[in-house]
Design a protein around this ligand. Sequence first.
Ligand code: ADP
Ligand code: ZN
Ligand code: ZN
Length: 703
Amino acid sequence: MPTWSSVVVATPAHSGLGPTLSYRSELSLAPGTLVRVPLGAREVLGVAWDGPDGPPPGMDASQGKPVLGALEGLTPLNAAWRQLVTFAARYYQRSLGEVALAALPPQLRELDAAQLARRLKRQAKAAAAHPAPTGTPVAVLPPSPEQEAVLQALPAATEPVLLFGATGSGKTEVYLRMTEDALASDPAAQVLVMVPEINLTPQLEARFRERFAAQYGDGAVVSMHSGMTPAQRLGSWLAAHSGAARIVLGTRMAIFASLPGLRLIVVDEEHDPSYKSQDGARYSARDLAVYRAKVESEALAARGQRCQVILGSATPSLESWHAADQGRYKRLEMPARIGGGSLPKLRLVDMNHQPKGASIAPPLLAAMEERIARGEQCLVLLNRRGYAPVLSCDACAWKSQCPNCSAFRVFHKLDRTLRCHHCGFTSRVPRACPDCGNLDIAPVGRGTEQIEEQLAGLLSSVKRPDGQPAKVARMDADTTRLKGSLEQQLAALHSGEVDVLVGTQMVAKGHDFRRITLVASINADAALFASDYRAPERLFALLMQAAGRAGRDAAQAGASEMWVQTWHPDHALFASLRKHDFPGFAAAQLADREAAGMPPFGFQALLRADARTQEAAQAFLNAAAEAAAALPHREEVTLYPAVPLTIQRVANVERAQLLVEAASRAALQRFLAAWQPLLLDGRSIPGARGLIRFAVDIDPVSI
Ligand code: ADP
Ligand code: ZN
Ligand code: ZN
C-alpha cells in the first residue's frame, strides 16, 4: 500500500511551495533518507523529512507524484542534523529546502544511482588501502601548567566554553588533547574543528594527521572547504557521513556536515567575521556551532554522553565575551605564551612627525634593517592588494573608475592591468589618459605590490648574517591563487629564504612563524574612524593577531616588536593594545555598545535590496517598512530609513539596506517571521519594480 512522504527539495522561500512537498512512495521512508523526486519536469535530490504522513488535503493516493528512489548505500541524515537545518532555516529566514540542499555536497545532486554506487565502492576500497593504523599514539609534550588547568576544567563545563588564550598560548594543543579524549570515549565519536580561512586548513590538517593518523588511520582526518573540487568535497562528506572520518577540519560550511558521532566542536579564532556567510542563508557558523552542540547533547543525554563546544580566540567576539560575562559561556583563560615568552612590544610611529610621503617611516626601516642583519624576519601588513588603489590623471579629472561599480579599479603593476576588486572587470593599463591623452597618469596610494617593490629597493644594500642580500617577498590573494603556491610561499618563509614578507591580513592569521620578530602594520588608520561600529573591534583583533605572529620563539620573544604607523597615536585603542589588554578594550567597547543599544545588547537585522536603480532599491525597502506598519510585533522593533551601501553599485547593480533593531532576539525573530510573508508576496509591496533581489541578513557582521 503506497504511503506519503514529506520531502524537502531546493526551492527558494518565495517559490510559493510549502516547506516540504508530499510524494507517494511504495515504502515508508525514514526521515533523513536521501531521495530522488520529480519537481516540475526535472528530477531532483531531496531529503525525506519529518512531517505529516498522510496525503496533502484534497489529494488521494491516485494523485501526487511518486518518489523515484532512495539513494542506496547512504544511511538517513540523523535527527540532530535535521534539527540544525530546521533551526538555521527558521532563524535565518530561508526555506528549509534551500538550507538542507545547500548543506549537501553539490556532486550528490548530479550522480545517478549507478554512479553513486561506484563512488561508494571506490571510497570503501580507498579506505581499505590506507595503511593500517599502528595503534601507537605519538609521543606528545606534557601540557603547560595553563593547558593543564584548562584541560582539568573543560570536562566539568556544561556551557559552551570560551577559550581565551593569547596567541601562542597553545590553544591548538588543547584542541588536540580534547579531540584525543573525545575519540577515545566512543569508537564512533567524531570531532569537528573549524577555522576561518581555507589557508589555515593545510597546517591544521598536518597537525591533526601527525597526531592521530597512526592511531586511527590516514582516512580518519578529512578537510571540508570551498577550495576543494566537487569530487573531493563529496569524498569528505561521505567519509564524515559514514563515520569513517573521525575528525573533520573545515571552514564555515563544515558546520552542516553530517556527523552521526559528533562529540566535540571546536571553533578556532571564533571572532573571525568569515564565520558569517555573506550569501544564501547568511548563517553564522559559530552561532550554529553552539546550537548544534546543544542539540547533539540533547540527543546523547539518554546515553550519558554529550557534545561539547569550544570557542577559541585571543580576541574573542564581543558577543562571546559578553556571554561569558553573563555566565552563559564558561570562560577559560591561558594568558601566557608557551615557553613564557612575552608578547611583542608596541611601537607607535606618529606619522605627523615623519617625512612627507614616506610609506615606511625611517625609524621602522632602521629597525627592520637591524633585524635582517641579525638573521631575523619581518612581517609587513597592508590591507590592500595590487600596486595602487587608484590610477589618476594629473591633467584632467580622470581616475581609474570601474564602469560597473562605484569603486576604483586597482592598478596591478606586475601584469599591467586595472582590476576591479568588486566585479572583476579587468583591462590593460592605458598608455595615456583615456579622457585627455595626457601621458602622465600616476598611481595614487599604496598596495602590497608597491610596498614590496619599495622595500626591495630600500633594503637592497642590507645583508643577512650569511652575507646574502635581504630578500623581500609578498603574500596575498594574488600570489596564492595557484594551487600549492601558498604552501610554497610559507615554506620559503619557514626555511629562512625570505627576510621580509609583505602581505594582507591573510598572513596575520594563525600561522606559526618561528623567526619573525618584527611585525609592522603600515596603514591601519582607516579602521579607527570607519562608519561601521565594529571597525575598532576588528582592528584590535587584527593587530593582536598580527602581533601574535612575532616572537613565537620564546628565546626571541623579549625583543620582538609590533610597529604601527598611525596619524592618531593617542587613540584609546592603542593604549589597550600597548598593554595587550583585551579585557580592558572589550569592557570599554561593551560599555559604548550598551549605551547605544548596539549588539550584543541590541539585536539587528538588515533587509538588503539589489535593483537596477538606487531609487528602486530604496523604494522597495521603504515600502516594505510601510507595509509592516500593521503587523503584529511591529512596535517591538525600530525600522530605519533605507540607505545605500558604502559601495552602492557593484557590477551595475544598485544596493541599499534597511536596518531593523530590537531589544531582544525573540522580539526580532517574532517581527521578522511576521514580515517575511509580506516580503515574499511581491504584490503587497508597491514600488518593487526594477528590484532584482532582496535578502534578510540576521545578526549582520558589517553595517
Ligand atoms: P595558539 O593556537 O594558542 O596560537 P599553538 O597551539 O599554535 O598556539 O602553540 C604555539 C606553539 O607552542 C606551537 O609551536 C606548539 O607546538 C607549541 N606548544 C603548544 N603546547 C606545548 C607544550 N605543552 N609544550 C611545548 N610546546 C607546546
Ligand atoms: Zn586626463
Ligand atoms: Zn567593478
